[in-house]
Design a protein around this ligand. Structure first.
Ligand code: TRP
Length: 362
């Protein structure tokens, strides 16, 4: 089992995880975990969360266990996967210090994810240094664990590109091959890359208030679906309706399988037939939304049930995270050791340095 390839990924604990996280990456993580082919690390990225929440550490602290519960609820399994908290891993502080000398300011400024996040947060010229450099820290997260695969949302691709550049620069500069080149793993279905919010906004995001959370009660999910953005011109049932840009149909595209019709709405053989009727007119939004709710519940109800189960023994959940963190400290320290050897900042461990110093003295 020594030469299993390694998976590492994580999320910022700024809020509970939602449907966007689920289809954008969590599904893929569970799938890869269950292939029993890789060693998997999942990290709660609290340091990265602090890079734009320095004044609100309570929010981050409160969401660490929240995210952990979401992970376990969706089927990430502590018997197969190591979970840890970023801030507790010493290597993740040391490595960025060395990597940052191999990255230019202009390269960071060109990073498309950073660019759009700066806009989104209205930082303008007041960008925290820690925020600006988090791609370097993220490269450390990935390389410290020698990860080959990083299942993430599509918005993280520029981070992976930057990490690969750091790997290449490090290996070249220090004449070594210890750093492993990582690659992003995206969902198989392109429709899952980015799921729209319930209001039709292109991004599901907590700040926009358009999320369906994995921990939402069935009642809340129903309410959110019932108030979902559809086709504003589809006023009366008889009116022809648009399925494009219609959130109910976008979600059905992602979640609905033919079996769901057999089970919940046998009048239609499949989604195409339903869309056909909607476009023709004579099909009301409420019926479509009720069906969508039933379809979504096939995914959400088991996650919710698992969460309730987990909440009965929070001590066990806490222990998983603590033990995973301990394991991860040791695991990443090995790579850190090799990095320091490669650069030569290993004065007290390197016998030849010690010998040379003593010899030259006399
Ligand atoms: N940037 C990721 C996000 O915003 C979180 C993250 C931090 C991460 N370090 C990582 C993801 C390393 C994958 C690998 O969700």
């Amino acid at each position: 089992m020594q030469d299993r390839k390694i998976i590492l990924t994580g999320d910022r604990p700024t809020g509970p995880l939602h449907l966007g996280h689920y289809v954008g990456s969590l599904m893929k993580r569970v799938e890869m975990q269950n292939m029993d082919k890789y060693e998997t690390f999942i990290m709660i990225a609290d340091i990265q969360a602090l890079t734009d929440n320095a004044d609100n550490p309570t929010k981050i602290r409160e969401n660490v266990m929240e995210v952990m519960m979401d992970y376990l609820a969706v089927g990430l399994d502590p018997d197969k996967t190591h979970f840890f908290i970023q801030s507790q891993i010493p290597a993740l502080y040391e490595l960025p210090m060395y990597y940052s000398n191999l990255v230019t300011m202009s390269r960071l400024e060109r990073n498309p994810t950073i660019k759009s996040e700066i806009q989104l947060r209205n930082f303008e010229r007041s960008i925290p240094v820690g925020f600006m450099t988090y791609p370097i820290s993220q490269a450390a997260d990935i390389t410290a664990f020698r990860a080959s695969y990083v299942p993430v949302g599509v918005d993280q691709q520029p981070m992976l590109e930057q990490a690969r550049e750091i790997v290449a620069a490090f290996n070249r500069t220090y004449h070594t091959d210890i750093l492993v080149e990582p690659e992003a793993v995206l969902p198989d279905n392109k429709l899952c890359y980015r799921i729209v919010g319930t209001d039709g906004n292109t991004k599901m995001s907590k700040s926009l208030g358009n999320c369906i959370y994995l921990k939402d009660e069935a009642e809340d999910v129903k309410k959110k679906i019932m108030s979902m953005y559809t086709d504003p011109n589809h006023l009366r049932i008889e009116d022809p309706g648009q399925t494009e840009g219609n959130v109910a149909f976008i979600y059905l595209d992602v979640f609905c399988k033919d079996e769901h019709f057999a089970k919940h709405w046998p009048e239609y053989p499949n989604l195409e037939a339903l869309k056909e009727h909607y476009r023709r007119g004579g099909l009301g939004d409420v019926k479509v939304k009720r069906f969508l709710f039933n379809v979504m519940e096939e995914t959400l109800a088991p996650i919710r049930a698992k969460r309730v189960e987990l909440a009965k023994d929070k001590e066990a959940v806490f222990k998983i995270l603590r033990e995973g963190t301990e394991y991860s400290v040791n695991f990443s320290n090995q790579l850190l050791r090799e990095v320091k050897d490669a650069i030569g900042v290993n004065y007290f461990e390197d016998e030849s340095f010690v010998q040379q110093y003593i010899r030259n003295q006399s």
